[in-house]
Design a protein around this ligand. Sequence first.
Ligand code: BG6
Length: 476
Amino acid sequence: MRFPNDFLFGAATAAYQVEGAWNEDGKGPSNWDVFSKIEGKTLNGTNGDIAIDHYHRYKEDIALMGKMGLESYRFSIAWTRIYPDGTGKVNQKGLDFYNSLIDECLEYGVVPFVTLYHWDMPQALEEKGGWTNSKTVDAFVRFVETCFDCFGDRVKHWITFNESVYFLRFGYITGAHPPGHQNDQKGFFEAIVNMHRAHARSVIAYKERKQYGEIGFSHGFAPNFALNDCKGNKEAELHANMFETYIYLDPVYLGSYPKYCQEALERRGLKLPYNEEDLKLFKKASELIDFIGLNYYHPNTVRKAEASKVSIDYSREASTGQKKQYYYDGFYEIVKPEGREYTKWGWEVSPGALLEGMEMLRERYGLNIRFYITENGYGDFDKKDETMIDDTPRIEFIEKHLLALRKGIREGMNIKGYFAWSFIDLLSWLNGFEKQYGFVYVDHDNGLARSEKRSFYWYKETIEKRGENLKEKENG
Ligand code: BG6
């Protein structure tokens, strides 16, 4: 079976991870520009000051996309290029940059798929409380309206937020992301509600413009499965899915928070600080939203934690998956059963769990809900040698996941596209330049020179044949 003609084969990046030029052409400092320079926060003190210099080399990079026949490029817009301090005047040079980038994509027939918030916010707003401050919501809406007005004639696919589950948990509980708060539970739940307000208002603002494109929300989707059927572990599974997925997606797709979460929070003297007006807003936006974006790398296996042993691990390694994780309320822990396949960073490889997870979402949000896989990929230590980099493990990983998606489509799932993470090697937020995901290698010892990996040509062929080249292995 070929993938349907309207299924997009894409690849993704994010502004902070590729652009560099952190203080050029009027760009303001972002929270990541500041946070990454605090000692110990990132691997070897790596930061995005230069990243892979996509800001200056985007034409070369998009030409490579053209050479590959890539159908869609998912990238994010740095808020700090458009509004350097979050409020105040728009920065024309920032608009110029994204206008050229979008035009360049279209020149090569590459569909732009734009993320509005991929974690970098103006530092000036972070200093005033970031997502815990309702003024950040107003500033964000102004930013996205500017993007719709300036780019919406050519951009027809938008994502409001990337992986709120991670930037909020790491920002307010483990402290691994800005603003670096540790166990700030009040701030955490305030930030969740403000993020949902910002999302809902953005969706409504987009639809009011009648630009006839689509808009969605990308979730960092790690579906949780109980270690076994014992009652405690099944409770852990439910709790994990409620607090890692449904608390983020229910307001977006159903217009309200899960009752389960509200009751569990009340028992701990906490609450989600929303009101009736918010529920009306969420409901309205939930009726307008077009798709769920899933960033899927791995599932989690969970078991009930022994409360006495639970403590939050604030280390960078815990946030990158290298260490054992406890959920901060002490309810469950993530375990890594033996005999399964894991990446070098301890992420379980399981395309089947993606489909199972998508079934869970269809049951909750509707069988015909439209999906895009907005990220999926394989992090590895790719080292340059004399010849082309042979990244066969990456090819195998992506192939398995595409086969699972094709099975899902055959069985009636409404899946409209797949974005490999990432098009090109880029900066990992916490893992520096060691953990690479790209189809294109970037040589940091040789002026950031680009070269294609084996996976580049394999994905090219997959796109050309619309997945027919994957067929034999599926049957074999
Ligand atoms: C996702 C993010 O969480 O995972 C990306 O949206 C990120 O921005 C990707 O790079 C991979 O993460 P890591 O930690 O393996 O580099």
